[in-house]
Design a protein around this ligand. Structure first.
Ligand SMILES: [Zn+2]
Length: 364
């Protein structure tokens, strides 16, 4: 089993196309042709994590936060980042990261926290508005099912809890093959009219490359006619944060204590407790201050996230309870996500969650 096999699996599970424009998800360092000896999972990459990978003979480290984020101008073994890269390369260790791409999955970072807090009826808090597109393609009727099957397999035609969604209408296609053409129907120099099916289906923009490749390889024409159309529909399955409900009203202080226990934090900073009880809970793993208004708009009683500033608490006052539960603490279950998914799919090498602590924030 090569590192490339694991990378391909992770790329498919957590499409890099979902990542924010500033992000750098995917393979960070490494030779994907090497055999996998073991996988070590961590929220962040530190030198101590690399040492743990060496000790446990793990030559692939999977992290949530990309180690190479804003770019590197030089790899200097005297700098902390350069030293880590030298150590990785000397020991033949690859690093793969899934950051905002994982944040945006409906079973990603925020959903992992929501499940541990006992929330049900989970929905994406801030669904993406520009991540869906529509494909229109014209195909002879006899070959249309094989084309649809290839497009479905590449990730087109999924809407909510439905798959294989498409719409078809019959019509007539016209064309004249020119010199050099090798037409599937008709002959060079002659106008042709033929029965065709117009097929429409939605798809996530993140899968476009794969879907167009599937179209070109499974369509019978050497030059298929197709359109890729942007949609303004929101994608309910992709976006940041989650919202859901507790099974009953819970006293606000009791709920905040439960959150502290669940994420393992000794204190939380919170805004004015303007609710006595909590039922609808919104949350966003990591730094999610920008979604306070979204949580208010969806009538959440409380909003949990990390990295809140003084004026974020002021903005929430009287409208919703906000609580800063820590950046690391709110994202830590990403490690279990990687562990569970990799363990389900790969059984021939060891998969470990790093014992090295990578929370850069302490409490006393
Ligand atoms: Zn983060």
């Amino acid at each position: 089993m090569k590192i490339l096999d694991v990378v391909k699996y992770l790329d498919q599970l957590i499409p890099a196309g979902y990542q924010e424009s500033y992000d750098n998800c995917g393979l960070q360092v490494g030779d994907t042709s090497a055999e996998v000896t073991g996988v070590l999972i961590s929220l962040d990459l530190t030198e101590a994590v690399v040492d743990e990978a060496v000790e446990t003979h793990s030559n692939l480290i999977v992290t949530h936060h990309p180690f190479i984020f804003m770019g590197l101008k030089r790899i200097d073994a005297d700098s902390p980042a350069g030293r880590v890269i030298y150590k990785l390369i000397r020991n033949g260790i690859a690093v793969y990261s899934a950051h905002t791409s994982l944040d945006k999955l409906s079973d990603g970072v925020s959903a992992q926290l929501a499940k541990r807090l006992g929330l049900s009826n989970l929905r994406v808090l801030a669904p993406e508005s520009d991540s869906l597109k529509q494909l229109v393609v014209y195909c002879p009727k006899e070959q249309s099912q094989q084309l649809k099957d290839a497009l479905f397999a590449a990730g087109a035609g999924n809407i909510g809890n439905y798959r294989h969604c498409s719409y078809s209408v019959d019509g007539t296609g016209t064309f004249e093959p020119l010199q050099g053409a090798n037409p599937f129907i008709g002959t060079v120099g002659n106008d042709t009219a033929t029965a065709e099916e117009r097929i429409e289906m939605v798809y996530p923009k993140a899968f476009e490359g794969k879907i167009v490749a599937a179209l070109l390889s499974s369509h019978p024409y050497e030059t298929p006619a197709y359109s890729l159309i942007p949609l303004s529909n929101t994608n309910p399955d992709v976006g940041l944060g989650m919202i859901g409900e507790l099974s009953e009203d819970v006293d606000i202080e009791e709920f905040i204590n439960k959150v502290k226990q669940t994420v393992g934090i000794p204190v939380v900073r919170h805004s004015e407790l303007c609710r006595k009880t909590v039922r609808t809970v919104a949350l966003c793993g990591g730094a999610g201050a920008e979604f306070i208004g979204t949580a208010v708009g969806q009538n959440a009683d409380i909003y949990l996230t990390g990295d809140l500033k003084y004026h974020d608490f002021q903005k929430a006052a009287g409208r919703i309870v906000v609580a800063d539960i820590g950046h690391y603490e709110s994202e830590q279950f990403a490690k279990e996500f990687f562990y569970d998914k990799l363990s389900e799919n790969f059984r021939i090498f060891a998969i470990r969650i790093a014992k090295t602590e990578t929370n850069f924030v302490g409490y006393m």
